[in-house]
Design a protein around this ligand. Structure first.
Ligand code: F6P
Length: 564
């Protein structure tokens, strides 16, 4: 089915209504203190539950009636049609002529036969692969899977980059409290040889299993690291007398210490990995949307199949909620529309994501690929230029570390930076400091920050605090009206993490739909890859290649040659 050209959101009645609403709010004066005082039900009207997560949107620069205007925009840009097309496998990734079906990765087995796309029963194939992954994971976890010297596996090293690294790495960090089989994971991504060297230097090759993860199995970084890991493994095993160095012994070692995840299983075999130890996925899974596919094999090994299933269930809960809840009550859609509101009406350039949970310390980095590789674009899905700003910069660090670093700018800088605060009621690490529950102290900081950002501190309040120097008072005033969304969960379980990831996947889809983007291609990473291949020979050997470079590149290479 051909897809329609995107609607130009800026030409819709809903956009005009939002502009009018924005102008009226500005004329009235945006004032969260006043809006809260005037409407005792404000929080109730602007709070939501999706799955088991609680969302408080009331500290945003909106009024309850804004939600209907957001919903009207969603309708005008045909968000419902886009969701339906995505969920049913229409080739909405127009530039690559592909379906976008990460939602099929977490459909229950009962959905087999219901999502046949391009002749493939997607849900059936997903579950067949999951069964293979779980069987493999159980073998490794139980010790049935043995390395070449008969030892069980203690460490899995995931080698991948971008979507083949950030998702599983982030999720491993988030869920490591659930690692219960005595197996830990490490993640190597950078082609800087330091990454592999540092991550393997204390490992015993006899108890190490490499999982090579690459959708295309052509990515320079991953294949280079995979070959270097193979050299490391075989060299170490031979040096410690674990293998005799014959071709047969090397082949056997690779078979027992390397598995792969890819959509290109022929290339996996060519690398020397036994096809029975390769787990596939499909070109309708984008790299940055793939943590819940075979790309998450390291998670299935470390956490176990049951927890991986919980993870998938969390995603599915949000998928269903998003697809079936009317937009004016659909917090997932509303959060995407809120982001549009800030980017296009308030001219915000960035968006902070601030997890008050140390286990989520890689979550902002993960979201950077998800959101910025998806929506960092200047042309729409039909090749025409965008009609408004797109793609804010996502960034963040866990609280409270960020409080002592960059929050100053969020509180008192000249830029508007909407922020999502994410926290959980329960901690895996309850700790008392005398009478003080340390987790409550932590949560107190989360609540204090969102309160300070919303309501600020006036000059009179600064004076009442005892400040007598009038020239100092302006520096101590907080304007407030700095928007935040608070997301609160019960506990950071695999299920909750699945919910959170699906939430941001769909926020990305909503923003991309309003802007008319193909959120599922990433042509912007290609040019650098091609140039790197051309330039690398110039670095140390090829003078003709050096001469062909621009003067800046030549200067940098000459410095390199002079100092190496
Ligand atoms: O950075 C570009 C990109 O294609 C990402 O979209 C992808 O996640 C990453 O490279 C890794 O690709 P692959 O899984 O094919 O190695």
């Amino acid at each position: 089915m051909a897809i329609n050209p995107p609607v130009d959101a800026t030409q819709t009645p809903a956009w005009a209504a939002l502009q009018k609403h924005y102008d009226e709010l500005q004329a009235e004066g945006i004032n969260l203190r006043k809006w809260f005082a005037e409407d005792p039900q404000r929080t109730e009207k602007l709070s939501f539950q999706a799955g088991d997560l609680y969302f408080d949107l009331s500290k945003n620069l909106i009024k309850p009636e804004t939600l209907q205007l957001f919903a009207n925009l969603a309708k005008d840009v045909k968000l419902d049609e886009r969701i339906k097309q995505q969920y049913t496998g229409v080739h909405i990734n127009n530039t690559e002529d592909r379906a976008v079906l990460h939602t099929a990765l977490r459909r229950p087995v009962e959905d087999e036969g219901k999502y046949i796309v391009d002749g493939q029963d997607t849900v059936k194939d997903v579950h067949e692969t999951l069964d293979r992954i779980y069987a493999f994971a159980n073998k490794v976890r139980s010790g049935e899977w043995k390395g070449v010297t008969g030892k069980t596996i203690k460490t899995v090293v995931n080698i991948g980059i971008g979507g083949s690294d950030l998702g599983p790495n982030m999720a491993y960090e988030a869920l490591k409290a659930y690692a219960d089989a005595g197996i830990s994971a490490r993640y190597v991504s950078n082609i800087d040889p330091t990454d592999l060297a540092e991550k393997t230097k204390d490992l015993d090759p006899e108890t190490t299993l490499f999982i090579i993860v690459s959708k295309t199995f052509t990515t320079l970084e991953t294949l280079t690291n995979a070959r270097c890991a193979r050299t490391w493994l075989l060299g170490k095993l031979e040096a410690q007398g674990a293998i005799d160095g014959s071709d047969a012994s090397k082949k056997d070692a690779v078979k027992k210490h390397f598995v792969a995840v890819s959509t290109a299983l022929d290339k996996v075999e060519a690398f020397g990995i036994d096809p029975t130890n390769a787990f596939g996925f499909w070109n309708w899974v984008g790299g940055r949307y793939s943590v819940d596919s075979a790309v998450g094999t390291s998670l299935a090994v470390v956490l176990g199949p049951e927890r991986f299933e919980d993870f998938l269930r969390g995603f599915h809960t949000i998928d269903e909620y998003f697809a079936t809840t009317p937009f004016e009550k659909n917090v997932v859609a509303l959060m995407g529309l809120l982001n549009v509101w800030y980017v296009n009406f308030f001219k915000a350039h960035s968006h902070a994501v601030l997890p008050y949970n140390q286990y989520l310390h890689r979550f902002p980095a993960y979201l950077q690929q998800l959101t910025m590789e998806s929506n960092g674009k200047s042309v729409r899905w039909d090749g025409t230029p965008v009609t408004t700003e797109t793609g804010e910069i996502f960034w963040g660090e866990p609280g409270t570390n960020g409080q002592h670093a960059f929050y100053q700018l969020i509180h008192q800088g000249t830029r508007l930076i909407p922020a999502d605060f994410i926290a959980f009621v329960n901690t895996k690490n309850p700790t008392q400091d005398g009478d003080q529950d340390v987790h409550e102290l932590f949560l107190g900081n989360f609540l204090a920050q969102t309160k300070a950002l919303a309501f600020g501190k006036t000059a009179d309040e600064v004076r009442a605090d005892g400040e007598t120097r009038e020239d100092v008072i302006p520096a101590r005033v907080f304007t407030g009206n700095r928007p935040t969304t608070s997301i609160l969960g019960d506990d950071l379980t695999p299920y909750a993490l699945g919910e959170l990831i699906a939430l941001y996947e769909h926020i990305t889809l909503v923003e991309g739909t309003v802007w008319g983007l193909d959120s599922y291609d990433q042509w912007g990473v290609e040019l650098g890859k091609v140039l790197a291949k051309q330039i690398t020979p110039a670095i140390s050997q090829d003078d003709d290649a050096l001469a062909a470079q621009d003067q800046s590149t030549q200067g940098l290479i000459k410095f390199y040659r002079a100092h190496r």
